[in-house]
Design a protein around this ligand. Sequence first.
Ligand code: MRU
Length: 362
Amino acid sequence: MTDAKPPQPLASRLPRVVDWDSNQRRVVILDQTRLPNEVVFLHCDSVADVWQAIKRLSVRGAPAIGVAAAYGVCLATREEPSVGRCYEAIDRLATSRPTAVNLFWALQRMRDAVDRATAAGEPLLASLIEEARSIHHQDRELCAAIGRYGADRLLDLPPAADTAGLTLLTHCNAGALATAGNGTALSPIYELAGRGVAVRVFADETRPLLQGSRLTAWELQQMNIPVTVLTDSMAGSLIRSGKIDAVIVGADRISAAGDAANKIGTYPLAVLARYHQIPFFVAAPHSTFDLSLANGDDIPIEHRDSDELSQGFTESTVPGGCSVYNPAFDVTPAELITAIITDLGVIDNPDAEKVLNSIGTR
Ligand code: MRU
């Protein structure tokens, strides 16, 4: 853990996803529900505001949720500077979303910070802000490390199908908008671009909430990376056409066996990649691993409101009264994953032993 000056590889072309406003003592969150049409910030003055921002996906993406929640705990001391109120805030924020383990990882760090400050008789707010900032800065470093390892791994691929460079397919948004740094799945892409390698991205639209078309396409445009959007159902024929060199996605939670939960629609991409014999990469920091879960079947999958699917385009697209299946995530078994790219290195052909060796001591 370090508070050292973080690496700043991302141009200021992208707004900060989450930050602590030390003058107003509040959390500032980029409202991603308004992208790509408007860049609007939410000012959160209470734990309830942060809870709401996470729940409604104003801030989303596993690492960014963790950072937002960490700052959210600081707001508890504004309401009442007591240990009890901090614990309450931690418990409340833990109910905002169930799948991304980074949320619980960050909240555990904040709980430890509360306990340390209390034992040492230090002021709560200052200690909590310091810990939240440390989580925030660390995430930037983790993203940068994933970028370096991922870029090296992608350069090892056999010569690209598109001779002009690499063409990658991604799903949802696992970029800067989902983290405090350059992202996970998109970080190797920025790293490659920085090294002068031509990279082109196809971004799945990502039904039902369109994180791919609204967020990934917008983010990549700001960063001058060529991007093409397709609906999720078009991925099969695109891969079959031979235009995609590899699929790269993020993760919300990875089990001890290396099974990875990510945005719904990820698993079919892994099946497609295997069938068409192209690599399928998962990029995630060590904070996304949950070694307490033996395999992916135990990962809690969030089910979201049916309106997100049936009213997603303002007018109803489903007949009234019809039931809706709306899981937000699916699990890709380790056997379909070519490699997991982490901040600690690359886990090729992941299994329980390799995950334990790589992540187990963290
Ligand atoms: O529902 P979301 O938008 O929070 O889902 C985000 C994803 O599935 C991302 O791929 C994942 O959190 C990794 S973010 C680096």
